[in-house]
Design a protein around this ligand. Structure first.
Ligand SMILES: CCCCCCCCCC/C=C\C/C=C/C(=O)SCCNC(=O)CCNC(=O)[C@H](O)C(C)(C)COP(=O)(O)OP(=O)(O)OC[C@H]1O[C@@H](n2cnc3c(N)ncnc32)[C@H](O)[C@@H]1OP(=O)(O)O
Ligand code: FAD
Length: 670
C-alpha cells in the first residue's frame, strides 16, 4: 500500500526543529544501544502474527466478556513472542525502568490481565522467597506455568495492612497452613488478573502459630487446577465488575474456606515458621512491604512515559488543528500558536522529562539501598520509604492533572475514545489510589519529616534528602534572586517552614492534652502540605540537577532545549507556589512579574521545537493508538475512519426506529 502523506502542518513543524530529534530519543532511552534494542523489540512485536489491531473492531465496541477474552488472547500471544526473544536476549531489565516492553500497549490497549504477574507476583517471588523457593517457583512463574497475582487488599481494608482479616493458621500436625476468610470484609478484592486469569497468587494474610498472631506475611497459594483451571475446593473466586478504567485488568475477589497449603508455601526469605510451629522473626518486619516499595519507585518513570504518550497526542493534534480568526483576512492559526495552548501543553512535556530523570535517580537510590539491605544494613530504609511514598503520591496526582489538561487541550475530540486519552486518563488516575492511596502515603512521609525536624533542631540530620532543614535554622528566609539555585533553595525553605509549622501544631495539640494520635489527626492537613512541599523540593532540585548534568553530555543545540524545559518546570512551580515563596523568601512582586515574563519567553523559545520534542519520545503509532496523535497528522481522516467502524453505522436504519421511535412519532400525530 502506498504511504499516506504526512499533513503539511507537521512537515513544516518538523523543519523548524532546532535540535537532532534522534539524539534526544537516545538520551530518553538511556543510550543509542537502548534505543536500538527498544526498536528491535517493537518491530518484533508489531510484526508478529496475531497481534495487529489494525483491522479489528475497536475494543470499545466489544462486550465486557469479549473484551477480556480478546485481552487474554493477545496477552498470551505477546508472551509467546517475548518468550522467543528471551531465548537469545537478556530480559532481566524487565524489572527496571525501561521503555523496551511498553510496546505491550500496542497489543492490549488498556491494562493487560498479566500486568500483576510480571509487575508484582514475579518480583515478590524473587525478593521474598528463600533460595530453595526461588529455585522451585521462579522458573514456573517465568514460563507461565504459574500465572499469578498479588492478593493483598481486602473488601474491608486496603490501606491498613495490619487490619487485614485473612488468616493463615499453622497446623504442626500436618505441617500445613490453613487459610481462611472469616468475614465478608476479609475477602481479597482488587488484585489484577485474579478473577479468571491467575492460577496462583501471593496472598498476604495474618500468620498464626502456636496461638499467637505474628502479623501479615506472604504465602504462595494455588487457586485453580492447572489442567482444568477450575477453582480448587475451598476457594471462591470471581470478578469485581466494571470500573472507571482498567477494563481488561481482570480485577478479582477471592475467599478461602479453611483451605490448606504446605508449610513451605510461606515466602521465607525474611521470616520463617519451622516444622514444629516455631516462628523466626524477620530482621525488619517492614521487609514484607518490599514489593510495594519496588512498584512505587517504578511508578514515577511509568508516569513519565504516560505523559509522553498523552503529550504526543495533544501536541501533534494542536499543530494540525486550526481554529478561530484573530486577524481578519488571515488564515485560522494552528491552535498551537495560542500562548494559552502552549501553557497547557509545554509544562506537560517538561513534566515528563522531570519525572523521568527523577524516577531514574529514585531507581538508583532504591537499588543501592536494597543492596545494603541484602547485606543486613537497614539504615537507609526509612528515607527510601519516605521518598518513594511522597514521589509516588505527588507524581501520580500531577500526572493525572497534566493528562486531563492534555485532554482538554484537544477540545471535543479529546473526549473521543479513539483519541486514546480516556484510556490513558483511566490508567494514570488509578495510580493515585493503588499501591498506597495519596493521602496515606503523604502521611507516611510526614512521619519521617517530623522525626527529621526533631533531629534538625539539634543541628544535624542523618539523611541527605532533608539536609536542607539545617540550612533553614541559619536563615529561614531565602534572599531572593531570579535564578534556578535560588528557586530550589526557595522550595527547600517552603518545605522546612511547612514542616516546622506542622510540627509545632502537632506539639501544641499534644501539650493541650490530646493523645498523640488525635493530635496527629488534627494536624494532618498541615502534615500533608509539609510532605507535598518536601516532595516539590526534591522534584525541583533533582530534576534541575539531572537535566543540567545531561545537558553537558549532548550537543549544544540539544543542551539548550533541555535547559529550557528544566527552567520552564522550575518557573512554572515557582509561579504556582508564589504565595508560599512570598512567606519564606524575599521574593517581590517585581521578581514574580519578571518570572512570568521569562516563563512566556520560554514558551516562545520551546514553540518551534514542540513537534520535535514529542517526536523524540518516539512512541510509535501502534503504541499511541490515537486518531489525534499519529505521526502523519491525518487527524480528520482517522476520526472518520474510526467512526465508520461503529457497528451502528453498519445499517442505515436501526431496528429501534421501528420498535420505539416510529410508535412515538405516530402517537405525536394523534
Ligand atoms: C515488569 C515490571 C513492571 C513494573 C511496573 C509495575 C506496575 C504494576 C502496576 C499494576 C497496577 C496495579 C497494581 C496495584 C497493586 C496494589 O495496589 S497492591 C496493594 C498496595 N497496598 C498498599 O500500598 C497499602 C498501603 N498501606 C501500607 O503500605 C501500610 O499499611 C502503611 C505504610 C500505610 C502503614 O503500615 P503499618 O504497618 O500500619 O505501619 P505504621 O504503623 O504506619 O508504620 C510503622 C513504621 O513502619 C514504617 N514503614 C511502613 N511501611 C514501610 C515500608 N514499606 N518500608 C519501610 N518502612 C515502612 C513507617 O514509616 C513507620 O515508621 P516509623 O519510624 O514508626 O514512623
Ligand atoms: C485500579 C486498581 C488496581 C488495584 N490492584 C490491586 C492489586 O493488584 N492487588 C491488591 O492487593 N490491591 C490492589 N488495589 C487496591 C489498592 O491498593 C487500594 O485500593 C489502595 O491501597 C487504597 O486502599 P483502600 O481502597 O482501602 O482505600 P481507603 O484506605 O479506604 O481510602 C479511602 C479514603 O480514606 C482515607 N484514609 C484511609 N486511611 C487513612 C488514614 N490513616 N489517614 C487519613 N486518611 C485515611 C484515604 O485517604 C481515602 O481518602 C487496586 C486498586 C485499584 C484502584
Amino acid at each position: 500500500m502506498a504511504e499516506k502523506k504526512v499533513c503539511e502542518d507537521l512537515v513544516k513543524e518538523r523543519k523548524k526543529c532546532t535540535f537532532n530529534v534522534e539524539e534526544l530519543t537516545r538520551l530518553i532511552d538511556g543510550g543509542e544501544d537502548k534505543t536500538m534494542e527498544r526498536r528491535e523489540v517493537e518491530d518484533m512485536v508489531i510484526n508478529a502474527g496475531g497481534l495487529s489491531t489494525k483491522d479489528e473492531v475497536p475494543e470499545e465496541y466489544l462486550s465486557h466478556k469479549e473484551r477480556y477474552e480478546n485481552a487474554i488472547r493477545k496477552a498470551s500471544r505477546l508472551f509467546e513472542v517475548f518468550r522467543e526473544y528471551a531465548k537469545t536476549h537478556d530480559t532481566t531489565d524487565a524489572f527496571s525502568p525501561t521503555n523496551k516492553y511498553r510496546v505491550s500497549f500496542g497489543v492490549v490497549k488498556d491494562i493487560s490481565p498479566f500486568m500483576l504477574h510480571m509487575g508484582m507476583f514475579v518480583p515478590t517471588l524473587m525478593n521474598q522467597s528463600d533460595p530453595d523457593q526461588v529455585a522451585e517457583w521462579l522458573p514456573k512463574a517465568l514460563s507461565m506455568q504459574y500465572i499469578g497475582t498479588y492478593a493483598q487488599t481486602e473488601l474491608g481494608h486496603g490501606t491498613f495492612l495490619r487490619g487485614l482479616e485473612t488468616t493463615a493458621t499453622y497446623d504442626p500436625s500436618t505441617e500445613e497452613f490453613v487459610l481462611n476468610s472469616p468475614t465478608l470484609t476479609s475477602y481479597k478484592w482488587w488484585p489484577g488478573g485474579l478473577a479468571h486469569t491467575a492460577n496462583h497468587c501471593v496472598v498476604v494474610a495474618q500468620l498464626y502459630t502456636k496461638g499467637v498472631c505474628h502479623g501479615v506475611h506472604p504465602f504462595l497459594v494455588q487457586i485453580r487446577d492447572l489442567e482444568t483451571h477450575m477453582p480448587l475446593e475451598g476457594i471462591k473466586v470471581g470478578e469485581i465488575g466494571p470500573k472507571l478504567g482498567f477494563q481488561t485488568a481482570n480485577n478479582g475477589f477471592l475467599g478461602f474456606n479453611h483451605y490448606r497449603i504446605p508449610r513451605r508455601s510461606m515466602l521465607m526469605k525474611n521470616a520463617q515458621v519451622l516444622k514444629d510451629g516455631t516462628y523466626i522473626k524477620s530482621k525488619n518486619d517492614k521487609l514484607t512491604y518490599g514489593t510495594m516499595v519496588f512498584v512505587r519507585v517504578l511508578i514515577v518513570t511509568d508516569l513519565a512515559y504516560e505523559l509522553s504518550r498523552a503529550g504526543t497526542i495533544a501536541v501533534r493534534y494542536s499543530a494540525v488543528r486550526h481554529q478561530s480568526q484573530p486577524k481578519p483576512n488571515e488564515p485560522e492559526p494552528q491552535i498551537l500558536d495560542y500562548v494559552t495552548q502552549q501553557h497547557k501543553l509545554f509544562i506537560g512535556v517538561a513534566t515528563s522529562h522531570a519525572f523521568r530523570v527523577t524516577g531514574n535517580w529514585l531507581w538508583n537510590s532504591y537499588s543501592k539501598v536494597i543492596k545494603d539491605v541484602s547485606k543486613g544494613n537497614m539504615d537507609q530504609l526509612p528515607e527510601l520509604h519516605a521518598l518513594a511514598c511522597c514521589l509516588k503520591a505527588v507524581c501520580s496526582r500531577d500526572a493525572a492533572a497534566r493528562v486531563e489538561e492534555f485532554r482538554l487541550a484537544c477540545g471535543g475530540h479529546g473526549y473521543m475514545a479513539s483519541s486514546n486519552l480516556p484510556i490513558i486518563n483511566g490508567i494514570v488516575t488509578a495510580t493515585i489510589t493503588y499501591e498506597g492511596e495519596f493521602t496515606v502515603l503523604m502521611l507516611q512521609t510526614a512521619r519521617f519529616l517530623v522525626k527529621a525536624w526533631k533531629e534538625a533542631t539539634t543541628g544535624k540530620v542523618k539523611t541527605p534528602t532533608v539536609s536542607y532543614l539545617v540550612e533553614f535554622f541559619k536563615n529561614d528566609r531565602v534572599i531572593w534572586e531570579n535564578t534556578p539555585s535560588t528557586m530550589i533553595k526557595g522550595f527547600q525553605a517552603i518545605a522546612a517552614g511547612k514542616i516546622r509549622t506542622a510540627y509545632e501544631t502537632l506539639e501544641k495539640h499534644v501539650k493541650s492534652g490530646m493523645d498523640y494520635e488525635d493530635a496527629w489527626n488534627s494536624a494532618s492537613v498541615q502534615l500533608v502540605n509539609a510532605s507535598e512541599a518536601h516532595c516539590r523540593a526534591i522534584l525541583t532540585e533533582i530534576s534541575w540537577k539531572e537535566m543540567v548534568r545531561l545537558s553537558t553530555t549532548v550537543s549544544p543545540s540539544l543542551a539548550q532545549v533541555l535547559l529550557q524545559l528544566a527552567e520552564l518546570y522550575l518557573i512554572y512551580w515557582t509561579l504556582e507556589k508564589r504565595g508560599d515563596h512570598l512567606m519564606y523568601s524575599t521574593i517581590t512582586r517585581d521578581d514574580i512579574q519578571k518570572l512570568q515574563t521569562r516563563y512566556e519567553e520560554l514558551l516562545a523559545l520551546i514553540r518551534p521545537n514542540a513537534i520535535g520534542l514529542v517526536d523524540a519520545f518516539d512512541v510509535r503509532d501502534e503504541i499511541l493508538n490515537s486518531t489525534l496523535g499519529a505521526y502523519d497528522g491525518r487527524v480528520y481522516e482517522r476520526l472518520m475512519e474510526e467512526a465508520l467502524k461503529s457497528p451502528l453505522n453498519a445499517e442505515p436504519v436501526n431496528q429501534s426506529f421501528h420498535k420505539y421511535l416510529k410508535p412515538l412519532m405516530l402517537k405525536a400525530k394523534l
